[in-house]
Design a protein around this ligand. Structure first.
Ligand SMILES: Nc1ncnc2c1ncn2[C@@H]1O[C@H](COP(=O)(O)OP(=O)(O)OP(=O)(O)O)[C@@H](O)[C@H]1O
Length: 430
């Protein structure tokens, strides 16, 4: 066994990935270069304005800083190390930055010397952000109180307070997000399958918890998944876009674009399966280091979905509130995305054969082929265009990639009841 194989089999399944044999996919890479991660927020339907607003906040922030003079906490979030928030938390380090918040690490001055530090999400000082921050608090409270034993892989909520007009959420502190993990340990080519398997299981447990609590996350992406210091445990974070299941306000900008399920883009009713789609995108990205659907617009996203899985079921298209933005009256795809128009995609799209996920995934040398084929099967079942036929979270948790049991090895049997509550196998069904 060469050095590479032993690398793969070493105890640290979350270690640095060995070099992987790369296949040159036709779309992969090209789109990633054209549409950077940042572009993912730069959406024609609202994420652009969100970004624009944040620039506005920053300039207003500068103006307000002048007004406040000595204050580091103005309209937008500025802080300095050592600053004590609410007479309770001393900032020790920066932790991360979202579009509308800054996350810092802090020492709880009322806790013991050895107690872990906390993360404080400081929401920017703006009415709408305050409201969504309050909604995030109530979602976090619900998730935490339904998981007293802390086994459901959602970030723990500790408390919240106001500080200089900023809503601050006190959370358990984690180490880094999965975007950073992929960059640092996947050398941009992805993680080992064993690590992806561990992460998959934990993500499905988190999805199950969301389902049990009737909450849709609506923004699952690698940036919103955090890991601990040893990177063997993950937690979902950023519940700022979460919705109660069943609300169904139809909007084409729910979920960050690359991770957005087709039913959102088409304007269909949605439920927990929208988060399953996003998790599928994250798992693909974890294993390959590449974004699966790097569409520049919603129209481009639909095209990528069809390239992978074939045409949408007509029944689904007929029900979509936004179908006419992307399909003509005969339900043929109508390309409006600049890149697709340049490639004259309209003329050929209906003849394109779906590639499926499998051919896009190449393996690490020495990786267990059985496990890899189970992983491909799992993804194929997640990326089902019709949300009603997509893999459910219970099915995901009992999928062979997660359980390690062989695929199709189990038989379905017709049972006859015997006295005393016992059963006898009458016939195996195919
Ligand atoms: N509990 C935590 N522990 C450590 N780091 C965290 C924690 N929560 C968030 N972060 C870091 O801060 C970043 C931003 O956090 P979060 O996504 O919650 O903010 P946001 O403003 O809602 O983001 P968005 O830009 O998606 O609106 C995360 O990607 C992560 O790197």
């Amino acid at each position: 066994m060469g050095a590479r194989s032993s690398d793969i089999l070493c105890d640290d399944i979350f270690g640095v990935s060995p070099i992987r044999v790369q296949k040159s996919g036709n779309l992969e890479g090209m789109h990633v270069r054209k549409n950077s991660l940042r572009d993912n927020w730069d959406d024609e339907h609202g994420y652009y304005s969100k970004l624009y607003q944040s620039f506005l906040f920053i300039s207003l922030s500068t103006f307000q800083l002048l007004l406040y003079n000595s204050s580091f906490f103005a309209f937008y979030t500025e802080y300095h190390l050592g600053e004590v928030l609410d007479g309770h938390y001393r900032i020790t380090a920066g932790s991360g930055k979202g579009v509308f918040s800054t996350v810092v690490q802090a020492k709880d001055l009322k806790a013991g010397e050895n107690d872990p530090e906390v993360a404080i999400k400081i929401i920017c000082n703006e009415k709408e952000r305050y409201k969504s921050g309050k909604r995030e608090v109530s979602v976090l409270e619900k998730l935490s109180s339904a998981d007293r034993e802390d086994k459901r892989h959602c970030v723990r909520f500790i408390s919240s307070f106001m500080y200089r007009d900023h809503l601050c959420l006190v959370l358990e502190s984690l180490h880094m997000n999965l975007r950073e993990v992929i960059k640092k340990f996947g050398r941009d080519i992805g993680l080992k399958l064993t690590a992806v398997r561990t992460y998959s299981k934990q993500l499905f447990i988190a999805l199950k918890h969301l389902k049990d609590c009737s909450i849709l996350h609506c923004d699952i992406k690698p940036d919103n998944i955090l890991v601990n210091g040893s990177r063997n445990m993950l937690k979902l974070c950023d519940f700022g876009s979460a919705l109660p299941a069943g609300i169904n306000d139809i909007t084409p900008i729910l979920v960050s674009r690359f991770y957005r399920a087709p039913e959102i883009i088409l304007g269909l009713p949605y439920d927990h399966s929208l988060d399953m789609w996003s998790v599928g995108c994250c798992l693909y990205e974890l294993y390959t280091g590449k974004i699966l659907f790097p569409g520049g617009t919603n129209n481009g996203m639909l095209w990528l979905h069809m390239e992978l899985k074939g045409p949408f079921p007509k029944k689904m298209l007929r029900k979509g509130a936004f179908t006419t933005q992307h399909f003509d009256q005969d339900l043929n795809f109508h390309a409006t995305d600049e890149n697709l128009v340049k490639k004259a995609v309209n003329k050929v799209c209906m003849n394109v054969k779906p590639s499926g996920v499998g051919p896009k995934i190449s393996s690490f040398p020495g990786e267990d082929p059985k496990m890899l084929s189970r992983f491909k099967d799992l993804l194929e079942k997640i990326f089902v265009l019709d949300p009603q036929k997509r893999l459910t979270v219970s099915q995901a948790l009992s999928h062979p990639f997660i359980t390690g049991r062989s695929m199709g090895g189990r038989k379905c049997a017709l049972l006859a009841e015997l006295p005393g509550g016992r059963y006898h196998i009458r016939q195996y069904l195919s």
